[in-house]
Design a protein around this ligand. Structure first.
Ligand code: SAH
Length: 358
């Protein structure tokens, strides 16, 4: 098996160590790191390195960039969905969205997902594997290079459960935040989780300034268990307890994601229960009109009802927004990303909404 490390998985410090091992000076590490994070497609593009050194790097490291298998551009608002393929054939998806304050990328943390949320398109597809920190980063590098735009915000809300790939997530955050690389502030990054309690507590102790989003989607165990199997492992009370620890340790406000599903979690009673559950917490609720996936088991709550749900929460002092929809012509919305190799012609038939954090 090929044991060579992939260049984009290495921090400057790790590169320094590896270069010393092959008899090269440490200062080269920063140069190489900068090239990698500029998004060069090959080692030969690292033009301030001699030909001999470039060859030596090729001999000792991998540099397997992901390939753009397909790219879909919304005719309505320019939102772009990328279908990416890694060197081993695993396929994932990422989305680029444009806002007044800049460009936000929604990226994937795993090729597939093991969490089994019933309303999500990433469920029911064979799990591929965890992505490495560098592979997660390469989604950003490739989008920036392809579009010639600078990404200012990142949401880790694509395919996968980031806290089920904890160490690689942390590595990604270190890489993307590095001053010699993209230098994207951690405050501009949201990590979204379905609620892995031990990892939420672990994350609170990392001293990172990321925004934590919790995919809550229900006000009690009875409803949550029906739609999110993870609730059987970590009940709502344990989850909320972990969230309280997170806000106390980090002083960072948590976002609770709540997909509005008709006749499942959208009653006034649910709004009252949710208000009680979140009372006094440093948090914000983001109501998401649920997006359809193939099964069509879950129907979207009417906007009028969503507004009244929002008013109940606000009356109880809970800041609430309704996630803005950006377009309606490519399959790039929350929960609609999947990882299987999908034939291009399938996309011609798809008609659904795109949404994104407002
Ligand atoms: N595993 C992580 C991140 C990926 S899902 C998590 O669970 O948070 C990103 C967000 O999209 C989550 O809030 C998820 O619950 C939501 N989502 C999944 N399917 C959806 C759908 N059909 N409609 C709207 N949101 C959905």
């Amino acid at each position: 098996m090929d044991k060579k490390q992939n260049l984009y998985d290495l921090t400057v410090e790790e590169l320094e160590e590896s270069l010393v091992v092959i008899g090269e000076p440490k200062y080269r590490a920063k140069q190489i790191f900068q090239w990698v994070h500029k998004g060069v497609l090959s080692i030969d593009e690292m033009t301030n390195l001699s030909k001999e050194l470039r060859q030596k790097i090729k001999d000792n490291f991998n540099f397997e960039k992901l390939k753009i298998q397909n790219k879909l551009v919304s005719k309505i608002d320019g939102t772009i969905k990328y279908i990416f393929e890694y060197a081993d054939g695993n396929v994932i998806e990422s989305v680029l969205m444009s806002y007044k304050h800049g460009f936000t990328a929604c990226i994937s943390s795993q090729a597939g997902c093991r969490m089994g949320c019933k309303f999500c398109a990433s469920t029911g597809i064979e799990f591929g594997r965890n992505l490495t920190g560098g592979e997660i980063l390469d989604q950003i590098l490739t989008i920036q290079k392809d579009e010639g735009k600078r990404i200012s915000n990142i949401v880790i809300m694509g395919i996968g459960e980031p806290l089920d790939n904890y160490d690689n997530l942390i590595k990604f955050l270190k890489l993307v935040n590095h001053k010699d690389g993209l230098n994207i502030g951690l405050r501009h990054i949201s990590v979204s989780t379905c609620g892995l309690v031990p990892e939420i507590i672990k994350l609170s102790k990392e001293n990172l300034q990321v925004t934590l989003s919790i995919s809550l989607h229900a006000p009690n165990n009875e409803i949550r268990e029906k739609i999110m199997p993870v609730n059987k492992a970590y009940s709502i009370d344990k989850l909320i307890e972990a969230c309280k620890i997170y806000t106390e340790v980090t002083s960072r406000r948590i976002t609770f994601e709540y997909a509005m599903i008709s006749d499942v979690n959208d009653s006034d009673q649910s709004a009252f229960e949710l208000s009680k559950l979140l009372k006094g917490m440093l948090c914000h609720v983001n109501l998401i009109p649920i997006n359809s996936i193939d099964k069509d088991e879950f129907k979207r709550t009417k906007m009028k009802k969503t507004e009244s749900f929002k008013r109940i929460l606000e009356k109880h002092g809970i800041e609430t927004t309704v996630r803005r929809e950006l377009g309606a012509d490519i399959n790039a919305a929350c929960g609609q990303l999947r990882k299987s190799r999908i034939r291009n012609d399938k996309y011609d038939k798809i008609d659904s909404d795109i949404c994104a954090t407002s």
